[in-house]
Design a protein around this ligand. Structure first.
Ligand code: NAD
Length: 347
């Protein structure tokens, strides 16, 4: 049976949830609440019922699930209220600002026996799923380096995302997505974390970062969020002992190049200002083979399908509490590394 659902916070992302939930195959959207009356007018004009207060929403006994899509600093307070009103709760990412707050949210979920999860929707991005498949397929041989970058050139958005008190900053905004993806891709403990934050357009919060993770299984991952990149580097770059894979953008355009004949090292040297080099010359075509990037279809609305089934106890929730805590603690380790200028031991 379909689950009755409401949304708290009807801004950009609240609108996204509402647009989907109006036509969802697993949920009925009963209404939205936002502290800004203008947003309620917009919702009503779009044919969505609105609540007159948070209390009215929390008191609606028909509701099974509430999604919170407000600025980051008030996720914790609102999620705990939702759980204590006897409803299952979904928070937008980042779930909250620190691991102590996250533990309080888990405690509320355990105390009330209600499901609590987070909309980590970039687990359904086809670029991520394609690269995860490349990693798992073994086509590159032993993988030793994975680079994941997201680049923009418009600085940090000028809203609450630029302010610390609201939980702004690019680590919490985009970092939480690409860290979550990397931890899902590489099934290994992390030994060391080294991170540096950027402050090109904003000094209060980070407007980008560069992060290196050393996994116990030998993989090194490099993650980068930038908002002052007028030339984008590829979204993904992965190296194994037998090949290299690249995905250039969110549309999954890219390729995999593998060595066919490792011992055939004869190349045409390239000329540099200092003379000829064979070491840095490209391989001859007959010693390599190019493969396509796997084309993956995914449906981000499987998130809600999973939550609806998890509420009924038919499936386990996909975005789990231990995963959420691991990402949160890793972001805290990043802040410590940036502050001290040193790598930090992890796990
Ligand atoms: P936004 O500023 O566009 O919208 C936030 C809305 O929350 C506003 O309408 C505001 O009036 C309302 N609000 C603020 N305090 C409230 C309160 N106490 N009670 C009720 N409403 C309140 O921001 P946004 O871009 O929609 O981001 C909202 C959340 O969604 C953030 O946590 C953000 O990180 C997340 N987000 C996630 C994705 C994703 O891909 N998963 C994308 C964008 C944003």
């Amino acid at each position: 049976m379909k689950k009755n659902i409401a949304i708290i916070g009807y801004g950009g992302m609240g609108w996204w949830h509402g647009d989907y939930l109006k036509k969802s195959d697993v949920c009925n959207l009963l209404g939205v609440w936002d502290i800004n009356p203008d947003r309620l007018v917009i919702a009503r004009n779009e044919g969505i019922n609105t609540y007159s207060s948070l209390e009215e929403l929390l008191g609606d006994d028909r509701l099974d699930i509430v999604t919170v899509a407000t600025p980051n600093d008030i996720h914790k307070e609102l999620i705990i209220k939702v759980l204590e009103s006897g409803k299952n709760a979904i928070s937008e990412k980042p779930v909250t600002l620190c691991s102590e707050d996250l533990q309080e949210m888990f405690d509320a979920s355990n105390r009330t026996g209600k499901l609590f999860t987070v909309h980590q929707n970039r687990r359904w991005d086809c670029d991520f799923l394609a690269m995860k498949q490349v990693y798992e397929s073994g086509v590159l041989g032993e993988v030793f380096n994975i680079e994941s970058r997201v680049h923009g050139s418009r600085g940090i958005p000028g809203d609450w995302r630029g302010m610390k008190q609201y939980g702004g900053g690019m680590m919490l905004d985009w970092g939480v997505h690409i860290i979550d993806q990397m931890l899902l891709m590489v099934p290994s403990k992390i030994k060391k974390v080294y991170c540096q934050f950027d402050h090109v357009t904003n000094y209060e919060v980070d407007d980008g970062f560069r992060l290196t993770l050393n996994f116990e299984n030998g993989v090194r991952a490099y993650l980068e969020v930038g908002t002052s990149n007028f030339i984008n580097l590829p979204r993904w770059y992965m190296q194994g002992e037998n090949g290299t894979a690249v995905i250039n953008d969110f549309s999954c355009e890219g390729k995999i190049v593998c060595v066919e004949n490792w011992d055939e090292k004869d190349v045409v040297p390239v000329r540099t200002a200092a003379g000829l080099t064979k070491t840095m010359a490209p391989r001859k075509d007959d010693t390599i083979k190019t493969h396509e990037i796997p084309q993956i279809t995914s449906d981000v609305h499987d998130f809600y399908r999973n939550v609806a089934k998890a509420v009924d106890g038919i499936e386990s929730q996909l975005i789990t509490h231990p995963q959420l805590m691991r990402v949160m603690k890793l972001m805290e380790a990043c802040a410590k590394s940036d502050e001290t200028g040193m790598p930090v031991d992890f796990e």
